[in-house]
Design a protein around this ligand. Structure first.
Ligand code: COA
Length: 325
């Protein structure tokens, strides 16, 4: 028993912010941002919530798959920027979609969140707990970013991407690897509320994203190729047999570094970060949706999905793009 993706969808906030717009806020330039990251612009929420963007992306993934919301059996939202601690974003999405028969919950693995959610759904489907799953990565990171910190505010964007997947006898997802290293948590961090109750007066730490960019950069270039190689080995495939590597969209130099370490040309690594920036857990499913809608995903094509980020967390998945049963 395996699981195949049969529909994709995405949603982005209306407001678009260019690098030149950011240069009016902080001491930076379009040239610096493009040279160091490859990012040219990003969508920024002016009111759209994580739950709204996620629900839109999910509706589009269901329409693409030709399935109804009441057929969904599992709904997982990967996010690290929910508006509410409770209820979960997934339960809000379930309600707005009318996915009345789904079990719904959130999962946080930062920028690797979509991969971790897809892996979880695969485990549920493989074990027979459910027959299908709606998996979404959704973020409004603009509310976690310090808009006076030029080292971070230039990197991130808001958006959501979703896939609908269902069980299949063979093919579909071929292998998966997941890793975490909590010892390196400090390199990319965002504090939550301080402990304040009648017995203690908490001190609020800075609620904004703090990052050691160089550490994150070298972690990604070192660990991601190892994870991909491990997943390829499990799937009995060589890197050369994979048509497209759909990676987390953090920085074009990271993606090129990963391609080099795998001994591959960067043209097998599609990118959209020039237009949408780093959308954390939404990056991979939004890019997958763009590729799907552009007709670039052909039946039987081998793909690698790979995400990495805060935690630290990273993972990779090898799949056979197989919409026909
Ligand atoms: N505009 C102009 N200058 C900037 C800047 C900006 N937006 N951000 C930082 N700088 C400056 C720094 O202040 C520093 O100046 P100094 O030499 O006078 O001290 C200089 O540029 C170099 O900074 P540094 O941090 O060494 O640059 P870098 O080449 O490492 O690039 C990142 C910074 C953030 C682009 C890069 O480290 C990166 O992409 N890391 C990965 C981050 C990431 O992807 N995080 C999310 C993972 S999910």
């Amino acid at each position: 028993m395996s699981m195949r993706i049969i529909g994709t969808g995405s949603a982005l906030p209306e407001k678009y912010v260019t690098n030149n717009d950011l240069a009016e806020l902080v001491d930076t330039s379009d040239e610096w941002i493009r040279e160091r990251t490859g990012i040219g612009g990003r969508h920024v929420s002016t009111g759209e919530t994580v739950a709204e963007l996620a629900a839109l992306a999910c509706g589009r993934a269901l329409a693409d798959a030709g399935r109804r919301a009441d057929q969904v059996e599992l709904l997982i939202v990967a996010t690290c920027s929910p508006e509410t601690g409770i209820p979960s974003v997934a339960c809000q999405v379930q309600s707005s979609l009318g996915a009345v028969n789904a079990v719904a919950f959130d999962l946080n693995a930062a920028c690797a969140g979509f991969l971790f959610a897809l892996h979880t759904a695969w485990a549920y489907v493989q074990s027979g707990i459910c027959r299908n799953a709606l998996i979404v990565g959704a973020e409004v990171l603009s509310k976690l970013v310090d808009w006076t910190d030029r080292g971070t505010c230039i990197l991130f964007g808001d958006g959501a991407g979703a896939v609908f997947a269902e069980q299949c006898d063979r093919g579909g997802i071929l292998s998966f690897v997941q890793h975490s290293d909590g010892r390196k948590g400090e390199v990319l961090r965002c504090d939550s509320r301080a402990l304040t109750n009648p017995y203690v007066r908490g001190v609020m730490q800075s609620p904004w994203v703090k990052m050691d960019g160089r550490e994150v950069f070298s972690f990604a270039v070192r660990q991601v190729p190892t994870g991909i190689t491990e997943a390829l080995k499990q799937a009995h495939l060589k890197a050369e047999e994979v048509e497209l590597f759909v990676l987390h969209q953090a920085n074009f130099r990271i993606i090129e570094g990963i391609a080099r370490r795998l001994g591959l040309d960067a043209d097998r690594f599609p990118m959209n970060l020039d237009r949408v920036g780093n959308m954390s857990s939404a990056s991979i499913p939004v890019l997958l949706d763009e590729l799907n809608r552009a007709g670039r995903l052909k039946e039987g094509m081998k793909l690698v999905l790979s995400g990495f980020g805060a935690g630290l967390t990273w993972g990779a998945c090898v799949l056979n793009w197989q919409r026909e049963c």
